[in-house]
Design a protein around this ligand. Structure first.
Ligand code: KG4
Ligand code: ZN
Length: 343
């Protein structure tokens, strides 16, 4: 089955063709970062207008690279949430238009399910059940993945997402938007043990996350540093110490979730999973516990249409797809998936 996957949930317009839920024949992403950079974050109204401008070109390119025509597709999968309403609407109504004209079945997909299943685009894949940590600009969640379509939320952020913390700290340090990659770069030249920024482990058993205290702590530190305190500290040290605080919490909670549920395979996915220090730390800890770590290629970590096609494939295999009354769900908890696909 060849599925076209489309994601317009935030600021990237992306489309991909994936065969049998695992082999990406194309994966095209039009990033909007330059458009939003002057504002230090995504401006929803600008994002949806930009999706409208680009969606057709992105889809055409994905079809061209996969050497397939619309009529040869077996189905279309489109993100319907969670995400920015205006952005989601562009993707969904574009797909409805194609499907009315071509009579191809389509299915609405949960963006987080896409991130969890992005690992199936790789050659080496985990066995069920596995624990997945999805870390991006909008989400930080731990899932027990029992099978395709069967997910249990083990923990999630109570405030900021990890990627959001990277972006906010980058802003505090005057490093521009988005912040993840630049903080990682500076960290490579800094001392990660220089500043003991707080780690919010919450209660001992908690698998939830919180990053707003860390962000405030960095902000207060930087204020004093700019006023002349901590003269032996460089911007690289601040970046490295901040990154280490985030990585420390993410990696330890991931490993402790897997231990608690006696699971041997673990997955990290989402934009922050591109972070080399996170991968290194989780690799270290997982080896100690005899666990196997899996992470997608960076192009499948950040938002992409291929992961949506993977999730859509498993839904379309088991159903006729959705009907034209389908609407977007800007809040779409993964716990609501069963009810959504039953109705
Ligand atoms: O998955 P994604 O493309 O979009 C969302 O669904 O949010 O993730 C984007 C987020 C941004 O917050 C960005 O700063 C972060 O991922 N990110 C990173 C790195 N590359 C991207 N964070 C840490 N280290 C990186 N190398
Ligand atoms: Zn995402």
């Amino acid at each position: 089955m060849k599925i076209l996957g489309i994601d317009t949930s935030c600021d990237d317009t992306s489309a991909a063709v994936v065969e049998d839920g695992k082999r990406a024949l194309s994966n095209v992403v039009h990033t909007q970062i330059p458009l939003h950079r002057p504002y230090g974050g995504v401006v929803p109204e600008l994002a949806s207008r930009e999706h409208i401008r680009n969606i057709w070109h992105v889809v055409e390119e994905a079809l061209r690279q996969a050497e397939i025509k619309i009529k040869q597709l077996d189905g279309i999968a489109v993100t319907i949430g969670p995400g920015l309403v205006g952005s989601l609407l562009v993707g969904l109504y574009f797909v409805k238009g194609i499907c009315i004209a071509s009579r191809i079945p389509f299915v609405g997909v949960n963006h987080l399910e896409g991130h969890i299943l992005s690992i199936f685009l790789e050659e080496k894949t985990p066995s069920f059940p596995f624990v997945a940590l999805t870390v991006s600009g909008g989400h930080t969640s731990l899932f027990l993945v029992e099978d395709f379509g069967r997910y249990r939320v083990l923990g999630q952020t109570l405030d900021d997402a990890a990627g959001e913390a990277f972006d906010k700290v980058a802003k505090i340090l005057g490093l521009g938007y988005p912040g993840g990659r630049v903080i990682e770069e500076l960290s490579g030249r800094g001392d990660r043990d220089k500043i003991p920024f707080p780690r919010a482990f919450l209660s001992p058993d908690s698998l939830d996350f919180s990053f707003s205290g860390l962000k405030t702590s960095v902000s207060l530190f930087v204020k004093r540093w700019k006023e002349g305190a901590h003269r032996d500290v460089t911007i690289n040290d601040i970046a490295a110490s901040f990154q280490e605080a985030v990585v420390d919490v993410l990696s330890k909670k991931l490993i402790s979730a897997a231990s608690r549920y006696r699971v041997k395979d673990i997955v990290i996915a989402g934009g922050v999973a591109c972070n080399g220090r996170l991968r290194e730390r989780v690799e270290e800890l997982s080896k100690r516990e005899n666990m196997r770590l899996f992470y997608p290629h960076p192009q499948y970590c950040t938002d992409n249409g291929a992961m949506i096609a993977v999730a859509g494939f498993h839904r379309l295999r088991a159903s006729d797809g959705c009907d034209l009354s389908l609407d977007v769900l800007s809040r779409f908890p993964i716990e609501a998936l069963d009810e959504f696909y039953r109705s």
